[in-house]
Design a protein around this ligand. Structure first.
Ligand SMILES: Nc1ncnc2c1ncn2[C@@H]1O[C@H](COP(=O)(O)OP(=O)(O)O)[C@@H](O)[C@H]1O
Ligand SMILES: [Mg+2]
Length: 381
């Protein structure tokens, strides 16, 4: 992903488009162009510009109509729009503002003025963007129970279902997500932890987000050897920035302890505590549930039991429920994922989540079922 802002220029006069295109390009923008209203709406959809410069007078759909349409759609209701018109009359400005334009520049365009206004709008937009994502956080009762595996697969399932999903491994130390996905990434969370929290606006955070082949957006833990500190302010700013323009933010966090993780959990809509059907993990689950209760976060917590290898000593669901003080068939337990060691190993080798690579095996179906419950709990059906 590029850190350059993307501008969509809309004008029916090719000469004006050409001139403004060159100018914005030199000013460091990625330039998209449209020559009429319909094409403008299409380009907004396809290229997701950060700002639109819109001519009022165009044959067919006018700039005013385009503006009204963009404002009526949730995804573009906040998109910065500058209107451009040959008429510098007060009346036309009012019509433009009433249609929802943020600013107005008269033609012939003073390019420097247009650029200054565009930059000012972009700057302001970073402070007024509305967070829309549901936050679902995966955390293990202890290390090595399959938390990252669950986070990746649920994220992939939501993504395959047409949701826009950002998956983030939120920790100051190196993680395993890159290995699960068999990727070598040039940018990660470490780049953000090297900055001051006050610098972590939408643009800075999102330029570190990488697109996986599946369409999943990824922000992975710092690389091996790195040494960073993750402060409460860092966590808050990063989470805030990542909840803009995405349906789901999936967090994979190391543990339920300390101020930073508490902050992340308090910002979370649904906490998924991952555990194994084995005595030590279940005891650890009990302890984590107590902490979540003390933090008044029990209501938003659910449990997923993941068994990684077939074993005779595996605890049954009802035994786990008794150990945790839950009712039989408690809806605290979202699901039980059966083992499939080979499928999961192969998935990591290929860098393709099991749910995509082998959607029909029992483990995938169980993860799908958990994903549907997550959608239900977060009202994102
Ligand atoms: N249902 C499963 N069956 C078999 N192996 C699994 C299953 N789920 C996860 N695994 C394996 O368990 C290992 C540990 O998982 P990981 O998600 O990295 O744990 P954590 O994030 O809790 O440390 C991985 O090698 C993964 O492939
Ligand atoms: Mg992990």
């Amino acid at each position: 992903m590029s850190n350059k802002p993307r501008v969509l220029l809309v004008d029916d006069q090719p000469g004006v488009l050409e001139m403004l295109g060159l100018f914005f390009d030199r000013a460091g923008f990625i330039v998209e162009k449209a020559t009429d209203g319909k094409m403008a709406l299409q380009k907004v959809n396809e290229t997701q510009p950060d700002i639109v410069v819109l001519d009022v007078m165009m044959p067919g759909m006018s700039g005013i109509e385009v503006c009204k349409h963009l404002r009526s759609q949730p995804k573009t209701s906040q998109l910065p729009i500058i209107m451009l018109s040959a008429k510098g009359e007060v009346d036309d400005k009012i019509v433009g503002f009433e249609a929802g334009a943020d600013d107005y520049v008269a033609k012939p365009v003073a390019r420097q003025e247009l650029l200054a206004r565009a930059n000012a709008l972009l700057h302001r937009a970073q402070y007024t963007q509305i967070p829309t994502a549901r936050i679902v956080t995966f955390v293990g009762a202890k290390g090595g129970v399959g938390t990252t595996t669950m986070a990746i697969n649920v994220a992939a399932a939501l993504n395959a279902d047409g949701k826009s999903v950002t998956l983030t491994e939120l920790q100051s130390h190196p993680g395993t997500m890159v290995h699960h996905l068999n990727m070598a990434l040039a940018q990660d969370l470490g780049d953000l932890l090297a900055l001051e929290p006050s610098q972590l606006n939408w643009r800075e955070v999102n330029r570190r987000v990488v697109q996986h082949a599946s369409g999943l957006r990824l922000l992975t833990a710092p690389q091996d050897g790195a040494d960073f500190t993750l402060s409460v302010e860092h966590a808050r700013s990063i989470i805030d920035a990542l909840t803009i323009r995405t349906d789901f933010l999936i967090l994979d966090i190391p543990t339920i302890a300390g101020k930073v993780m508490r902050e992340a959990l308090e910002l979370t809509d649904l906490i998924i505590l991952v555990t194994e059907p084995e005595v030590v993990s279940v005891k650890a689950t009990h302890a984590k549930l107590t902490t979540l209760h003390d933090w008044s976060l029990s209501d938003r917590t659910r449990i997923v039991i993941l068994s990684r290898s077939p074993s005779a000593t595996m605890m049954k669901r009802d035994e786990i429920e008794i150990e945790l003080g839950l009712n039989q068939n408690s809806d605290m337990i979202l699901g039980v994922i059966p083992p499939a060691p080979e499928a999961f190993q192969q998935a990591s080798q290929m860098g393709i989540p099991v749910i995509i690579n082998k959607p029909h095996i029992l483990s995938s179906r169980a993860i799908m079922d958990v994903t549907n419950k997550i959608k239900l709990y977060t009202h994102e059906i």
